[in-house]
Design a binder for this molecule. Structure first.
Ligand code: ADP
Length: 161
């Protein structure tokens, strides 16, 4: 079965950058659980159901990957599903401080769950959900930056380019 890692995030929506972390994460862990954080305080473009569906369509059928949503603390979710690690991606220096704090806080809360970081791939270091949404909202084509179902969903939200 292999060791289980959780890959948590907002995934509003999933991008090629996220997919790259998923694929490379699977080379390190036997199983991956993509967890969509349902944070009511965070304004999202897509509903949790839409995010889950877009992730499902984008990663395809892979018995090593599970997809679901969670609320509450990440470390509690990790314990509930029996995860050994939390997987996060790092893009630039700007990501570092927040990720550093979170990793230490999660370690404080549950030392048995390790946070593991993968560096962003060279094709997607500049790709973020928020930039993709902004660019798409101005009618630009983002289909090279996101999986095809996401490009279609963005076109539906904002009107096709
Ligand atoms: P959150 O709100 O938790 O940061 P995101 O969906 O923005 O949720 O990101 C989830 C994780 O994926 C984070 O660890 C983030 O750094 C990582 N990530 C996002 N985009 C990329 C990318 N282009 N390359 C590598 N990692 C990424």
């Amino acid at each position: 079965m292999g060791r289980l890692a959780i890959y948590p995030g907002s995934f509003d929506p999933i991008t090629n950058g996220h997919l790259d972390i998923v694929q490379r994460g699977l080379a390190c862990f036997g199983r991956l659980r993509v967890g969509v954080a349902t944070n009511p305080g965070k304004k999202a473009l897509f509903t949790t159901e839409e995010k889950l569906e877009l992730i499902r369509l984008s990663v395809g059928d892979d018995p090593r990957i599970e997809i679901d949503a969670f609320d509450g603390l990440l470390v509690d979710y990790a314990e509930r599903v029996g995860a050994h690690a939390i997987l996060r991606g790092l893009r630039a220096v700007a990501d570092f401080e927040y990720e550093f704090q979170m990793a230490h806080m999660n370690h404080f809360l549950r030392p048995s769950v390790e946070t593991v970081f993968l560096m962003t791939g060279p094709e997607s270091f500049y790709v973020s959900s928020s930039l993709v949404k902004e660019v798409a909202s101005h009618g630009k084509d983002v289909s090279a930056l996101v999986p095809p179902p996401v490009a279609a969903a963005l076109a539906r939200k904002f009107g096709a380019p």
